[in-house]
Design a protein around this ligand. Sequence first.
Ligand SMILES: Cc1cc2nc3c(=O)[nH]c(=O)nc-3n(C[C@H](O)[C@H](O)[C@H](O)COP(=O)(O)OP(=O)(O)OC[C@H]3O[C@@H](n4cnc5c(N)ncnc54)[C@H](O)[C@@H]3O)c2cc1C
Length: 561
Amino acid sequence: MSSSFVSVSSALAAALLVPGVFLIRHFLRRRSREKYTIILDLDEVGTPRRRGRLPGTAVICGGSVAGLFAARVCADHFERVVIVEPDAWTFTPEARAPALSDKREVEGYSTLANKRSRVSQYAFSHIYQIPLLRFARKVFPGFDDIAQSWGFYFGHSLSNLIHSNHVVPAPKQFTKYTAPHILIGHRRNLEPLFRKLVSEGCPNVEFLEGAVDGFQLGKSPGSAIQAVTVRRPDGATQSLECAMVADCSGPSTIGFKLLSRLQILNLPLMRETYNPNTSYSTLEFPLPPHFTENLRALNIQRFDGGGPLDVEKCNMYWAYNADPYTDNRLVAVSRSDQSHVQFMMGGWDCPVLPVTFDQARAFVEDVPDVPDYVFKIFDLLEPVKDQGTAMPARISSCWNIMYEKAATVGVLPHNFVAVGDASMRVNPRFGQGVTKSVIGAVTLDGVLRHLATGPHGIDMSFGKTYFKRLATRTARIWDSAKYADYGHPSVTPAQGDTHATGRFARWFRSKLLPILHQNDTAALTVFESNHFLIPPSDIFAPRILASVLWETLWPSQKSAT
Ligand SMILES: Cc1cc2nc3c(=O)[nH]c(=O)nc-3n(C[C@H](O)[C@H](O)[C@H](O)COP(=O)(O)OP(=O)(O)OC[C@H]3O[C@@H](n4cnc5c(N)ncnc54)[C@H](O)[C@@H]3O)c2cc1C
C-alpha cells in the first residue's frame, strides 16, 4: 500500500471522526436532556396538537396547582376536560382573583385565614424554580403582564446563600444578573391566577364540584378506567365517562386509595414514606415606606464577591441552610412578592417556632455568624412589627408512590396518571413541590403529543410511558431531599432505609460545596441542576470530579460564613 494512500485515508478518517464524535456527543447529550429533564418537551407545550384533539373526556381529580397545570395541558389534547374539585370555595369569584389578606388572631399572634380547607399550605409563601415561569409563559400568552398586575414579579434566584457552612456563589456568567428569571409571589395568588387563566383561556375545560370516590374499570389487568364516580355536594352520585384520568388530589392521593381498594397489585408496598420531622414558620410583613431605598442604602455585599446585592433584582437577601451534622436550623429573609418581606425560620426537630417579631429576632440572634445587615433589616421593619402574619407548619410525612413499578408489570389502568403531590410529596424546605407539578404536567404533554393513539383512544402503553418518564425526571427530587434529611438524627427513615442511607450523596455534597468558588463549571452545574435545567449526572463531569478529588485529598478551609 502506498504511503500517499495511507495518509489520504488517515486524513479522511480524521475528517470523519471529528464531526462523528461531535455528532455522537450531541446526540447523547440530547437524549440525556430528553430523559432527565422537561426542557425539550417545554418547547412544544402550548402548541396545538397536530392530528386534532382526542375524542372523549380527560377527568382531572383535584383543581389545585397540579390539577390546573394538568388541565391546561390536556385542553390541547382532549375534546373535553373536566376538573373535579370538592372545595366549594374554589368555585367563587374570590378563587379567581388576587388573594385578600384576611387576618385571623390566634394565641397572641396574627395569621392568615386559609380559604382552602384541604390545602394546608395555601397561605404559605412559596419559592419556585425556573421551569414554572417558562411553563406559564408558554401556555398563557401575556402571562407576564397579568402576573405583574397580581403582585408577582420576576427576579433572579441569586442570593447570599450559606449551605452547610459554605457560601454558594453565583456562576460567574450570572453575576451581572443575567440568569433566567424565576417567578416570585405567593401560592395563594398562584393557584387563583392559574384557575382564572385556565377558566378564561380554555373553553373545553369544565369545573365540576364534587369528590372523586370511585373508578369503574374494565375486566382485564391494565384495562382502562371507563368512568369516574363523583360524589356531588348534595350527596348524589354522578358517573363521568373518561378517556383519561389524572389524579391531582394531593395528600388525599385518591387514585392510590381507589386503586389499592380495587386490589390492583399490592400498591401500598409501592409507597415509600419517611418522617422529615421538620417544622418552620414564616413571618411576613408589609413593606414599610421607603423600604427598598433603605435596603439599597445598606449596600449589602454579595458573599461571592460579585459586588453589591441588587435588592430589586433578587428576592433572597440571606439564606442559612444548616449542615444537619452540626446544626438543625433553616433561616431565610426574602421578598415574598412586590409588597411583602418575610423571615422563614425553623428546621429539623424544632419544637418551638417564632411567631412574633421579637421571637423572630431572638431566633435569628441565636444562629451562628448572622451578617449584621440581617439585623438592620429587622430594624427597617420596626414600623410594621405589629402588622406581621405568622404561618407555622409541621411536616411529618413525605411520600413517593412508585407507580412506575406497577405500570411496568402492566396492572395499572393504562389511562391513569398522577401529577403533583398525589404521586410524591417532598420536604418543603427545598421548595420544589410546584416545580414537581410542572414536571408532571409537561411530561404528560410530551407523552400525549408523541405516543401513537389507537382507534379506541389512548395507547395501551400510555400510563406506563408516563410513569417511567416521570420517575426518571423526579427521582433526583426525592433522593436529594431524603438523603439530605437523613443527615439529621431526629428524622425517621423510610422502611428499609437507615440514617446511613444516602451517605455518599451527603459526603459528595460536603466536597462539592467548598469547590464552587474555584470551579465555575461546578457552580454553573449546581445552579442549573437546582433549577432542573440539566440532567443530574452532569455533576459528575470530569472537571468537577477532579476538583472534588483534590478537595478530598487536600481539604480547603471552610468558607467564611
Ligand atoms: C408548608 C409547606 C410549604 C411549601 N412550600 C413550598 C415552596 O416554597 N415551593 C414549592 O414549590 N412547594 C412548596 N410546597 C409544596 C407545594 O405546596 C405542593 O407541592 C403543591 O401545592 C401540591 O399541589 P397539588 O395540586 O399536587 O396538591 P394540593 O395543592 O394539595 O391540591 C389537591 C387538590 O385535590 C383536591 N381533592 C382532594 N380530594 C379529592 C377528591 N377525592 N376528588 C377530587 N379532588 C380532591 C383538594 O381539594 C385540592 O384542591 C410546600 C408545602 C408545604 C406543606
